[in-house]
Design a protein around this ligand. Sequence first.
Ligand code: CAA
Length: 291
Amino acid sequence: MKVAVIGAGTMGRGIAQAFAQCDQIEKVYLCDIKQEFADNGKAMVKKGFDKRIAKGKMAQEDADKILNKIQCGLNEQAVDPDLVVEAALEVMDLKKECFKKLQEEIVKNENCIYASNTSSLSITEIGSGLSKPIIGMHFFNPAPVMKLVEVIAGINTPAETVEKVKEISVMLGKTPVQVEEAPGFVVNRILVPMINEGIQVYSEGIASIEGIDSAMKLGCNHPMGPLELGDYIGLDIVLAIMDVIYKETGDSKYRACTLLRKMVRGKHLGIKSGIGFYDYSNGGKVAVDKK
Ligand code: CAA
């Protein structure tokens, strides 16, 4: 089976790695709008492997085998995939345009399945106006590690495509959970408002950044506190998801916190920009007061 992953950012490269690690996958096309973006995605996968090799947790030949399956290039290289997983920016028009081009101009395999890794956008709307149906195949960061795949059917997604994507998820060693189309699906509908609330609690001066994160780690056994998790996901993504849930439901309980919006406007996005609730410069992680 051949897979094309569109977008070599954090999610795209993680998804590409998850597929390449699976024996049944013959090739993974890791695609982006510039060759260097795709190459950089693969280089980040290699960097992760190098660390595991240095710790004696992975053999060099296994890493090479996986990396050799990942072919980097522009979207135009994806001529014969059996499955496309789009992990481009969370912009509706961009996703629609990307699928249109793939379906009408690039992919020659008539039976190819087209999936989006969107974290909250409507699968039905992404698929509207396209000649072939779209399905949601939502991975979680870090994609090679996290066991869940949310499988989301839009109104025009055939039942057999849903079953096939569930089978593929199991083949990857993941557990699929079928979810009805709704803003944020299941995980982000619950998780992202919790992160937003963590930011609100901080803005009200109820506890420090580290205090809030420690409270949720030690009080709820969460692996990361809400503020460090926001930094990890990317605060721009957190804001985009809040805005989609708020817009789609019209419910004020999903209103994004003012501090979150301010931080995104100022490019305090978390790990990806080097600063969020924590400063990550020089490989460190130091809480930075935002008030
Ligand atoms: N890519 C690949 N592998 C990774 C990785 C990455 N980015 N990060 C960690 N790993 C691997 C490590 O190599 C390690 O594997 P081995 O044990 O085989 O060596 C394993 O994961 C554990 O990593 P660490 O020991 O370094 O660190 P940890 O035990 O603290 O776990 C974590 C790290 C898995 C990220 C953990 O902190 C965690 O589960 N955090 C919560 C993550 C979460 O909630 N994700 C969902 C975000 S929401 C989302 O993604 C949806 C969306 O649409 C926004």
